[in-house]
Design a protein around this ligand. Structure first.
Ligand SMILES: Cc1cc2nc3c(=O)[nH]c(=O)nc-3n(C[C@H](O)[C@H](O)[C@H](O)COP(=O)(O)O)c2cc1C
Length: 391
């Protein structure tokens, strides 16, 4: 974290990077909400390690490669194809599913986030625990494409928590499919909720008028109305993937995989993607950081002679972090908290700015590493892992 301390000392009022947005959001948000967003479980070691592991990986750039043409705006193509080319994003960075965006931006919440996703031609993965119901988010998405960004290649994905009630879970999936979501992201690392002590200390509760809207069902009244009441199914297991796949034709992506054995199992179930994730350090503390887990996952898939999309999230705060993830074999990264900081600071514009900053940093990192294409990032042998020597 020392690098951030240096940045803090030098900081001006300009918001130049994700950490600047973080600091500004911290000032703006109520402590209970800031803590809910920013903290992790137990001693928060995984939360810290997610970021620090990126800092331990060093870049070894290639030089004397003509990048003059890429200096011009948009000439360095960062477009990335996902899910067997059924999705294209403007650069390899996706909005991770995070709960309750209206805690950061009371008026628009997820509606502000989706506008920014469309403007930036990226994917927004909407949480089951969103504070705006999924149909309204989908309507806003369609509206933005129609009126403001007809060229946008943005997509919506739906993140699924399997609830104790299977009929309610089935309904969630059907609603997502009907409203035009293009993939189902099944979160598999939350069989029970991690020990988030800050939320306990703060006696976290939802302000009036904000709730997990998708989890409320007027007909059955079966869903959890209160975010503090766990409604996810602790009994969720591999066999449930068959059930999920039998009721939807959406591509299935598993989020929360860390162990190579689980990758082998996932391949047997023919999932279309895996997100290497530890829930941003909010579940099992001392879990391996995600960027350290990624090479094992990639190796396993290679050994099994398979090709599926692998994504990674956790601790990505700089364009160089995105480049490192891609160099290790990820198709794209997801970002969670940086989006919430942007949203808290300046709504739609704040989220857009955070995405733009990361894209700008990523392009710069590519050029400084001598990469002319996204493929070069993988081919150029740019990384030294776990470099520990004190310079
Ligand atoms: C406040 C907060 C809420 C989250 N809610 C969800 C959620 O509803 N579903 C889910 O699958 N992951 C959720 N996550 C995890 C994120 O999808 C993602 O894995 C994590 O934030 C990535 O780490 P980062 O915040 O360091 O980018 C949440 C994370 C945070 C910080």
């Amino acid at each position: 974290m020392s690098s951030y301390k240096i940045l803090e000392k030098n900081s001006t009022s300009a918001l130049l990077n994700v950490e600047d947005y973080h600091q500004q959001a911290k000032e703006k948000l109520d402590k209970m909400i800031y803590d809910f967003y920013s903290t992790g479980s137990d001693d928060q070691l995984t939360l810290i390690d997610n970021q620090e592991s990126f800092q331990r990986i060093k870049l070894r750039p290639k030089v004397l490669i003509d990048v003059s043409s890429h200096q011009r705006e948009n000439s360095l193509n960062c477009q990335t194809q996902l899910l067997q080319s059924t999705a294209t994003i403007s650069f390899p960075c996706i909005i991770a599913p995070t709960a309750l965006h209206r805690l950061a931006h009371r008026e628009y919440g997820e509606l502000a986030t989706v506008r920014a996703a469309v403007a930036c031609s990226t994917i927004m993965c909407v949480s089951t625990a969103a504070s705006t119901c999924m149909e309204l988010i989908a309507e806003e998405y369609q509206q933005q494409i129609k009126t403001n960004y007809p060229q946008s290649t943005s997509q919506l994905w739906f993140q699924l928590y399997v609830l104790k009630s299977r009929p309610c879970t089935k309904k969630l999936i059907q609603r997502a499919e009907k409203s035009g979501y293009k993939a189902l992201v099944l979160t598999v690392d939350l069989c029970v909720v991690g020990n988030r002590e800050c939320d306990v200390r703060n006696q976290f509760s939802l302000p009036n008028g904000i709730q997990a809207e998708n989890m409320i069902d007027d007909e059955t009244n079966d869903f959890a109305k209160d975010y503090n009441v766990p409604s996810e199914d602790e009994a969720l297991s591999w066999k449930d993937l068959d059930w999920i796949q039998s009721i939807t034709s959406l591509p299935l992506i598993l989020k929360g995989i860390i162990h190579p054995d689980d990758v082998r199992k996932a391949l047997k179930y023919s999932v279309q993607g895996i997100i290497v994730s530890n829930h941003g350090g909010r579940q099992l503390d001392t879990c391996l950081s995600t960027i350290d887990a990624l090479p094992y996952i990639i190796d396993t898939i290679r050994t099994e002679n398979q090709q599926i999309d692998v994504y990674v999230d956790g601790g990505i705060r700089r364009g160089t972090d995105i480049l490192k993830a891609l160099a290790l074999g990820a198709k794209a990264v997801l970002i969670g908290r940086p989006i919430l900081w942007g949203l808290a600071v300046d709504g739609e514009q704040g989220v857009k700015k955070v995405l733009d900053l990361l894209k700008k940093e990523f392009r710069l990192a590519m050029m400084l590493c001598g990469c002319q294409t996204i493929d070069d990032i993988r081919k150029n042998n740019l990384l030294i892992m776990n470099y520990t020597s004190k310079l």
